[in-house]
Ligand binder design. Structure first.
Ligand code: ADP
Length: 350
């Protein structure tokens, strides 16, 4: 758990639902976001991430449930506060800068309540913050992708909103730029200490920004936790797969402790899933040996498929009981389709 959970709740969403015609885009979502915390909503296309974000922003009217921002009801029970009155800053996927306004005028857009002098001073501070002080008179088409991302963030932050909402903020950036911009945005959000909710279908984006991850599926939040908890203790196989290929091994509890087909596992690695106790293993956590080298206690299997994954060759191995295990071997390994192998947990004691 991140330390931020001790801080006040800035976004309190309870049982939010939203239909688009026959589609239940958001079925029943509840989420707390604390001051200074970034929560990343993660899930495949169509699972309801954007609709939930738009509900918080006030861009859609919810059908059920309530949303409070900084202890003020903004949606639900007959209330719908307009987006511009929610003290929310939004950064869209395409940055949505006004093309015919300068960078400075884009950043100052939400500052109508200030005098001209106050606005100029605030815009200057925000441009300093995002390190674009020398680009205030440029137009959006004169900026790089990373710069326009920073302008969009400066514009969202300028009115000191209670919460920043980021909708796939890195999706339009090329991969080379992406990780630098992610780091910049992360440090800016830390610096201003705003609560933020970010939407992404990309685990790397979510990990770069999120103090906590909320994993969505079919309009529902399946699990909300720190990235470490989601990785180590996912609530089901779908969540486990967010971090890439995984083998789910049923666990038998014996007098000597928990055991899987690949050998003993620590009690702390056993997850209580609906189908019974299981333990997860990633392909690099499986040791694959030529049949004649393994010890008698190791599971015996046959290589069914092999594909190159860059740093290794990944094998799909069928065990005698039908279980399929993924195991990585060096890319130059002789083990190929049809080979008889023995497999065990890589950290297993002999
Ligand atoms: P995500 O952001 O996870 O891709 P969305 O919130 O955009 O998901 O969409 C959730 C579901 O609602 C999808 O099935 C989508 O097709 C549907 N949907 C979203 N917006 C609209 C809309 N304005 N009209 C009709 N259906 C919509």
């Amino acid at each position: 758990m991140s330390a931020s959970v001790d801080r006040p709740v800035v976004v309190r969403a309870r049982n939010v639902s939203k239909r688009h015609g026959a589609t239940e885009a958001v079925a029943d979502m509840s989420l707390d976001v604390h001051a200074g915390e970034v929560v990343a909503l993660l899930g495949p296309s169509g699972c309801g991430k954007s609709t939930f974000l738009a509900s918080i922003a006030g861009l859609v009217r919810i059908d059920g449930g309530t949303i409070d921002l900084a202890d003020r009801r903004v949606s639900g029970n007959g209330v719908h506060v307009a987006p511009q009155d929610r003290r929310v800053g939004v950064v869209f996927q395409d940055h949505a800068l006004f093309p015919h306004k300068t960078v400075a005028d884009n950043v100052g857009f939400g500052l109508h309540a200030l005098t001209r002098a106050e606005r100029r001073s605030r815009v200057g501070d925000m441009l300093d913050l995002v390190q674009l002080a020398d680009k205030g008179q440029r137009y959006p088409h004169e900026l790089s992708g990373g710069e326009s991302q920073r302008v969009a963030l400066a514009r969202a932050l300028a009115p000191s909103p209670d919460v920043i909402l980021l909708d796939e903020p890195f999706a339009s950036l090329d991969p080379m730029l992406r990780s630098d911009v992610r780091d910049e945005v992360r440090s800016l959000l830390n610096l201003v200490g705003a609560a933020a909710v970010m939407v992404s279908h990309d685990i790397d984006d979510a990990l770069a920004l999120g103090d906590r991850l909320a994993v969505l599926r079919s309009g529902r939040i399946v699990q909300v936790d720190s990235p470490e908890e989601i990785h180590d203790r996912p609530l089901d196989e779908h969540v486990a797969r967010i971090f890439g290929p995984v083998t789910v091994l049923p666990v038998r509890v014996t007098a000597e402790g928990p055991v899987t087909a690949l050998g003993a596992v620590a009690s702390s690695a056993v997850l209580a899933w609906a189908q019974g106790p299981v333990s997860l293993t990633r392909p690099h956590g499986v040791e694959v040996l030529v049949d004649s080298i393994g010890s008698t206690g190791d599971a015996v299997g046959t290589v069914r498929a092999r594909h190159f994954v860059g740093h290794a060759a990944r094998l799909v191995i069928s065990l005698a009981d039908g279980l399929e295990v993924l195991g990585d071997v060096p890319a130059n390994s002789v083990l190929d389709i049809g080979a008889q192998v023995r497999v065990r947990h890589r950290n297993a004691q002999d």
